[in-house]
Design a protein around this ligand. Structure first.
Ligand SMILES: [Zn+2]
Length: 79
């Protein structure tokens, strides 16, 4: 089974690269000593997030920051 030396994910036979890290897969379970061979990132448009999705992700991130700030403020009030 091919493995990704970077993220450690196991792939099905026939795969040659990790589509998350864009590195070449190796033939054994990674133990941290492998040389990670970067490959060129995929062409434009491949697995690229749509602008709409990016905007939603940005909003979610902003909301998370606000919620964390609120939680911190509440915690400080109770101290
Ligand atoms: Zn990977």
């Amino acid at each position: 089974m091919p493995w990704c030396p970077k993220c450690g994910a196991e792939f099905r036979e026939g795969f040659t690269a990790c589509n998350t890290c864009h590195v070449k897969l190796i033939g054994h379970k990674p133990d941290g000593t492998e040389t990670i061979e970067e490959i060129a990132p995929p062409p434009e448009g491949w697995e690229r997030e749509s602008p709409k999705k990016q905007r939603i992700l940005r909003i979610i991130r902003a909301l998370t920051v606000v919620l964390l700030a609120l939680a911190a403020a509440l915690l400080l009030q109770h101290l």
